[in-house]
Design a protein around this ligand. Structure first.
Ligand code: GLN
Length: 484
């Protein structure tokens, strides 16, 4: 039962072949079986989940048919949940319990979802390997000596290991797509503004977006129908009509144009096995009727630098709220108020401190124009690159990450190497467009999953869902199982 997709499980529940309580128990039995090895969760909410499942059974018995009724779902631990901790994998929020649910959590509950627990992540979503977690690392279900990617690595590992049916994550520079690629699952970062960020702990507010980690594109469509839409509590949640994304599953790709950006395949930074799998993925889409056109995104080279200026600047202001007064951890034994602030901020890990320092620097007078303002200008150029490219195509295909999952510890002492993990994903956040990672092959030697990235026009998640679903109907990479 735990191996089924949302779509399959909903069918079994509708036909009363299984109950929601049985399904949730099966998922927790799976967690008991593999969580020791994977360590995808920061904490589990077993009792609450079983209560929610029995509740779902009552609603099913009463004839209700909500889209996620009885479906076990996990949440990245930076999405606020009333009644259980939200730690952001940081010492500074280790005991923090939010007084309210995030809008997406309210929507999931209304749709009948069962929340199994909160997943591990890099502290405050800063990282690409989950090794920046205050709690513990998470292991890649495909190879336990390797990282699951990050920062939504707990969510992607939990889905890949069938410890939940789907999960929510967040993506500021690649944090849904890169771990989806490393763990062989489907990861969708919606358009900036498509999903409310109310109750998402902020990292870089102009880039952050909540999205989905699922076993299939079809499941992503079901989840997006539930979590998308405007929100009076988040002024950046756009007032744009929410289509029924499951309709997009029935559309054809014949005649659609697939843009292939030439800059993504030159420069030699891409692992040959990743390049091979991505090129084969593009050929598969051609064989399904898409017409490929070469496009150019000439400012790709500046994306990583631009991102680290803007994201760190925003992080430095967002994280100033953790002062020992308003939230979570407070250092004891401080003689003055200033010392109390200082000592409390020792609660941040090294990577978070590095970013606060960088961000404070690029915003400081004397450097603001040279870094922050320049970064904003380059961001506009990157956005224009995409506008030009989308004048010639409907969807863009690219790699997700330059390499498959790397070994735990391998890049830990080299932050710059770690930052380069996001070279192909960051541009979509800077431009605000939707992007998705779908499994497209395996790197031969160790059989590690490789993802294909699809990027779309603003608010055209439906286009990505159509293309991604057709791809999954024609291939079986997404249904391969990790050797757990
Ligand atoms: N790995 C990137 C970073 O460390 C992206 C993180 C994210 O998308 N949250 O900033």
């Amino acid at each position: 039962m735990h191996r089924s997709t949302i779509t399959q499980a909903r069918e079994l529940l509708r036909q009363k072949k299984i109950s929601a309580a049985q399904l949730t128990e099966a998922v927790f039995a799976r967690i008991d079986q593999v969580e020791d090895k994977v360590q995808a969760f920061v904490h589990l909410t077993r009792e609450q989940a079983l209560r929610q499942a029995r509740d779902a059974d009552a609603r099913i018995a009463a004839g209700e048919d909500a889209p996620l009724l009885g479906i076990p779902i996990a949440l990245k631990d930076l999405i606020c949940t009333a009644g259980s901790r939200t730690t952001c994998a940081s010492k500074i929020l280790d005991q923090f319990v939010s007084p309210y649910d995030a809008t997406v959590v309210e929507k999931l509950r209304r749709a009948g979802a069962v929340i199994v627990g909160k997943t591990n992540m890099d502290e405050f979503a800063m990282g690409s390997s989950n090794e920046n977690s205050y709690h513990h690392p998470t292991m890649n279900p495909w190879s336990l000596s390797r990282v699951p990617g990050g920062s939504s690595g707990g969510s992607s590992a939990a889905v890949a290991a069938h410890e939940c049916m789907a999960a929510l994550g967040s993506d500021t520079g690649g944090s849904i797509r890169q771990p989806a690629s490393f763990c062989g699952v489907t990861g969708l970062k919606p358009t900036y503004g498509r999903v409310s960020r109310f109750g998402l702990v902020a990292f870089a507010s102009s880039l952050d977006q909540i999205g989905t980690l699922t076993k299939t594109v079809a499941d992503a469509a079901v989840l997006m129908n539930v979590i998308g839409g405007k929100d009076p509590r988040d002024s950046t949640a756009a007032d744009v009509a929410l289509p029924d994304f499951t309709q997009a599953l029935r559309k054809d790709v014949g005649g659609m144009k697939l843009g292939v950006p030439k800059e993504y395949f030159i420069g030699g930074g891409i692992h040959p096995e990743v390049e091979r799998a991505v090129q084969e993925g593009i050929r598969t889409l051609e064989s399904l009727g898409m017409q490929t056109v070469e496009v150019s995104l000439p400012h790709l080279d500046y994306a990583v630098a631009t991102y680290y200026v803007i994201a760190c600047a925003e992080a430095s202001t967002n994280l100033s709220r953790y002062d020992g007064v308003k939230y979570g951890y407070r250092a004891d034994k401080s003689d003055t108020l200033a010392h109390m602030y200082e000592n409390t901020r020792e609660g941040f890990g090294d990577e978070v401190k590095r970013r606060i320092i960088l961000g404070t620097f690029v915003l400081s007078s004397g450097y603001y124009d040279a870094y922050y303002l320049k970064g904003q200008k380059v961001r506009t150029l990157i956005k224009q690159d995409f506008e030009n490219a989308f004048g010639r195509c409907d969807v863009i295909a690219a790699p997700v990450a330059p390499y498959p999952a790397f070994k735990l510890g391998e890049k830990l002492d080299d932050p710059l190497q770690m930052y380069l993990a996001d070279v192909y994903t960051i541009s979509a956040n800077l431009a605000g467009i939707p992007a998705m990672s779908i499994p497209c092959g395996f790197a031969a030697a160790e059989n590690l999953p490789v993802g294909l990235q699809l990027m779309g026009k603003h608010f055209d998640e439906a286009g990505l869902i159509t293309v991604g679903h057709k791809f999954q109907q024609a291939t079986d990479f997404h249904s391969q199982q990790p050797p757990l």
